[in-house]
Write a protein that binds this ligand. Sequence first.
Ligand code: KIV
Length: 282
Amino acid sequence: MTSDKVTPDWVRSRKGDDHKLTLLPAYDATFGGFLDQAGIDLILVGDSLGQLVQGHENTLPVTVEDILYHLRCVRRSVKRGLLVGDMPFMSFQISREEAVRNAGRLIKEGGAEAVKLEGGVDVAETIQALSRAGIPVISHIGVQPQSVLLTGQFRASRGKAMDDVRKLIEDARAVEKAGAFAVVVEAVPESVGKKITEAVSIPTLGIGAGPHCDGQVLVTHDLLGLFTAFKPKFAKRYAELAQTIDEALKEFIQEVQDQSFPDDSHSYHLKDEDLLKKIEEL
Ligand code: KIV
């Protein structure tokens, strides 16, 4: 099933089977195309764009309009993967009506096929309202970046005390019951990721939640080595693109300075000898 369109139903049916789901964020058409053509199952226009595209310290300033803009860009290049729009801070917390209105905009105006929102038991009624409105929902439990003002910029992983583990399982069960078709689990010990995965019948998509989850998530900029200021323990780098980019830019500067660029093979040449002569005589 690599060429058929990914749907929420297909994602839900991967629970417990051999196909491990993959989810990565993209913020523009170029990267949306890379991810889709490589076969990534779920492509998220995540509010991590606050840091990685907009240069903010955290995700809090990201607006519905920002997510919409990037969704439209990514929409144009994603064909097979399920396109998911992140619900930014304050787009779903104020009331269920606002949550449905904003999620509806991500679907209608941005072309998203599902939305993701942070929270467990606390957002269960919102997930229920979205599901009733026909909007497929992924929830995001464990470390929740939108809670940075409560938890601090350098967030510790979750699930290190028994009460917290119980709360995480309660969260996962609540979002499943409310109608979520998958749940992102961020930064919990792998034993807790396993327990959560066993506790629900929807797929768990782990980001720093160990190997037992039904799928894996990374931030694309971490995976490709594009973001190097900080590396969470769980983030594996499959490439060192920041280094490759730096080397390419320095080589360009050097070749411009020593005038080896542009050479003949990167210049246009007139074939009309008469015209060439006239230009030279000008
Ligand atoms: O915003 C984002 O990119 C995310 C993923 C890391 C799950 O929430």
